[in-house]
Design a protein around this ligand. Structure first.
Ligand code: UDX
Ligand code: ADP
Length: 468
């Protein structure tokens, strides 16, 4: 197989939260490599090509500067999928792999139809040897299926499949890519496999030291991604479990996090109690892991990881219940301001955001919600609620109001609920907010970001997660 040591042409299929930023950084750091990002969604491609860099389809701190530097130099966004595939020596598959919503494995297994379509497309279009890189998170042993599909066309073209899972976190994607703790590349341990691994190592070594580029066999690489996300989510569920106990006992969850995080074996990160984790990866990857474990007959392993999700659902429900209970057991007709809709700060992504579940719960109790998020568009909020709820679109439209001004959201409200840890929430004029709210004025801080002392002084009834 023809495997160049130094790649000069890369194609990435999928211009989403992973493909877009990752390819932008590869193009920025490897100016001699032509990087073309393609997508079947033509609007998305048009958005990536926008003149106004503030209107890129994805919001990530530092992204627009990277795109500005590389776009139209060696970074291209194109809807000409076939052409880009055929010209490339290395093709990244970076399409979405949501949880299946139908058939066998519904609600658990990853839906691989988009990945399979990509593999079929590559097999059909390719006229020269290709290295195909799995970037999307996939169940262990997917590379094998991809390889089977690629080879099935029976053309005189060779393929090598690598696994190169993405570990970037949204909101810090550019920094995570620039200063990755590690890059993981899995490949076959035969001669061509090792050559393919090396050619990808050579891409990343443009800016990362070699000791941070780890190479493994394909299956370890695939399973490492699921394992990393499961461990991270488990930490959040672990501290959230303790938060419930803290509230009963008068202990303070932040003090506990600090105390245990000082143990170098535990470490301080990912110990922030919250209304629950969200995002496109944690729940999906754990469900996937649970499904795989169960399908190999490993019931205890599956149950163990499933508990992380159950605890997260419990935490979201507990927060919503707390609001209703505190507001004298009824929120019907009461105005509640929701600050934040994104699943975490510094992103406009709302997938699996705790805010959606809390809003749905409160709407079932007939609350009037007024929602503000600095980056999420109104249309997305409606879509998220319509997807989850049993109410009609019209009913959701009638029950919620979406505003561009946070003070308008809080004006005359019975309660404020903070769902995302946006920095700007800390800097609000809380005295002014207090004066314009109904009394007693309640704040439910689902992210524990507000200064308790100041809120006390102002006069709020404050609920923060994990404090008795
Ligand atoms: C995650 C992984 O971190 C990343 O490596 C992987 O590539 C994709 O999945 P992401 O989902 O973008 O990244 O965000 P992350 O920072 O991991 O946060 C996930 C959720 O956990 C967010 O809702 C966040 O608010 C929550 N969280 C995180 C907490 O509630 N407490 C914490 O201490 C940390
Ligand atoms: P992620 O967070 O994994 O990046 P996104 O949903 O943000 O997920 O992005 C995935 C992108 O992949 C979407 O823009 C979608 O249109 C694109 N996509 C899905 N299937 C294909 C395909 N067969 N060919 C090209 N692009 C695809």
């Amino acid at each position: 197989m023809n495997i160049p040591n130094n790649i000069t042409n890369i194609c990435c299929i999928g211009a989403g939260y992973v493909g877009g930023p990752t390819m932008a950084v590869i193009a920025q750091k490897c100016p001699e490599i032509k990087v073309t990002v393609v997508d079947i969604n033509q609007q998305r491609i048009a958005d990536w090509n926008t003149e106004n860099l503030d209107k890129l389809p994805i919001y990530e701190p530092g992204l627009k500067e990277v795109v500005q530097e590389a776009r139209d130099r060696n970074l291209f966004f194109s809807a000409e999928v076939d052409k880009a595939i055929d010209e490339a020596q290395m093709i990244f598959i970076s399409v979405n792999t949501p949880t299946k919503t139908y058939g066998v494995g519904k609600g658990m297994a990853a839906d691989l139809k988009y990945v399979e379509l990509c593999a079929r497309k590559i097999a059909k279009v390719a006229t020269s040897d290709k290295i195909v890189v799995e970037k999307s998170t996939l169940p262990v042993r997917t590379a094998e299926s991809i390889k089977t599909i690629l080879d099935a066309e029976g053309k005189n073209v060779n393929f090598k499949v690598l696994s190169n899972p993405e570990f970037l976190a949204e909101g810090t994607a550019i920094d995570d890519l620039h200063n990755a703790d590690r890059v993981l590349i899995g490949g076959d341990q035969d001669e061509d496999g090792l050559k393919a691994i090396q050619s990808l190592v050579n891409v990343y070594s443009h800016w990362l030291p070699l000791e941070r580029i780890l190479t493994t066999n394909v299956w370890s690489s695939e399973l490492s991604k699921l394992t990393a996300n499961a461990f991270l989510a488990q930490r959040v569920s672990s501290i959230n479990a303790m938060s419930a106990l803290c509230e009963q006992t008068g202990a303070n969850v932040d003090e506990i996090a600090n105390a245990i995080g000082s143990d170098s074996r535990i470490g301080p990160k990912f110990l922030k109690a919250s209304v629950g984790f969200g995002g496109s990866c944690f729940q999906k990857d754990i469900l996937n892991l649970v499904y795989i474990a169960r399908s190999y007959g490993l019931g205890e392993v599956a149950d163990y990881w499933e508990q992380v999700i159950k605890l997260n659902d419990y935490q979201k429900r507990r927060f919503a219940e707390k609001i209703v209970k505190t507001l004298f057991n009824t929120v019907s007709g009461k105005k509640i301001a929701m600050l934040g809709w994104a699943f975490k700060q510094d992103t406009n992504d709302t997938r699996e955001s705790a805010a959606i579940y809390v809003a749905d719960y409160l709407l079932n109790e007939q609350a009037e919600l007024v929602i503000y998020d600095p980056k999420v568009k109104a249309g997305q909020i409606y879509t998220d609620l319509d997807y989850l709820s049993t109410r009609s679109e019209e009913e959701n439209k009638r029950l919620i109001t979406i505003v561009n001004d946070p003070y308008e959201a809080m004006d005359d409200s019975h309660a404020v609920a903070i769902l995302t840890e946006w920095d700007e929430f800390k800097a609000y004029d809380w005295k002014r907010v207090y004066n314009c709210m109904k009394k007693p004025a309640f704040v439910f801080d689902g992210r524990n970001i507000l200064n308790i002392r100041i809120m006390d002084e102002v006069g709020f009834e404050l609920y923060t997660i994990g404090r008795g």
